[in-house]
Design a protein around this ligand. Sequence first.
Ligand code: BGC
Length: 443
Amino acid sequence: MTIDRRAFITASGAALATRALATPAIAATHGKRPQGRFPNGFLWGAATSGHQTEGNDTASDTWLLENVKPSVFVEPSRDACDSFELWAKDLDLVRDFGLNTYRFSIEWSRIEPEPGLFSQAMLDHYRRMIDGCRDRGLTPMVTFNHFTCPRWFSANDGWLSEKSPVLFARYCEHAARRLADGIGYATTLNEPNVMRLLKWMNLPAPLLAAQRAMLIAAARATGAVAFSAANAANVEDLDRQMAHLLAAHAAGRAAIKSVRPDLPVGLSLAVQDDQAVGSDVERDAKRDYCYGAWLRAVAHDDFIGVQNYDRTRIGPSGPLPPPAAAPRNGMGQEIYPPSLGDAVRYVHAATGLAVIVTENGLDTTDDAQRAAYIPAALEGLKSAMDAGVPVRGYVHWSLLDNFEWVFGYGPKYGLVAVDRQTFRRTPKPSAAVYGAIARRNAI
Ligand code: BGC
């Protein structure tokens, strides 16, 4: 996300910058491991997104936002991980770890760099990636929109425009015609609820003002009246933005299904593990504001993607800080692996849908924390499955240390480190831990 919720928590000082506690504390606090194997055919994956890894996504709205002055981005994405060139190496890594699924996004701004002008070469590029997955025995899970949109789209009001659902559906249909028969699972939108989550967190006024100034600068640079992006929008616009994103999901899904009716289509929702401390009232109000409309909108979807990274404890006056003794990452954020199982239970109870965990992971420079986090999070997930929640797969965020939106290359979510000069990929020990779980299909 352009304004990363976890990063913003750090930036706004809500998290204490204490050094992480010893890794074993994570496993020890979460009790007995569930027994047994995951179901046959369980999807074990790693995820990336186009803008965060490909590099030089110059026709996108986010490229402009990174490079205007002022900008809330600490640095521009530049070459990212050069995955536009090196995607085959990325797929090799996923296969070699022992995973069977790769989640990635196709870049709308490459496929439709000008309104109505579709690039055959770019569609062919993504087709090669899909075929490359199949060649390696990987199920391609394709996100049609991972936040970034063409610059022309966002300079014409973006998701605030009434035309946006139709424009999105037109793009989805073009892309699906070339790609759908190779795709395993498709999602329309990535975390379309993220701006509401950020609003609920009451971001500090100076950050909101900086975002507003950046959007004004982007409008000026494009000669637009206003500039608005999926993950950078002013708070007064969020209801309008959500109405159009909801319509875009329905229209995008219909467009993809019109090409290939049997392709499973869903969306990915950002879901925290919301824990009421005291009365449920505040917690339920938060859930309604951040997820309610989306949980209703997915009724006709084939599955729902859940993206969970953390929990929020909610008291009568809003969010509470983590317990003092909670394990933390190097940035002082709480490490709480059971949040995944809890989020999945909540979403399934609210929708009745099958779940795919399309993102879950940890920002840490201490890879031992990630290596401990993965099995601990999977324990909670397996317990939810043992309790009857139909979970079809788990996709870890992220395959690579990549461009983490406003915080640039600082955060480290990757199973693989990437040299910023040579783009050389170096798997971390946590990749072997995760791969071993996937290979034996059991924690
Ligand atoms: C987003 C990713 C992001 C990750 C870690 C998710 O909200 O989908 O793009 O990099 O969280 O912050």
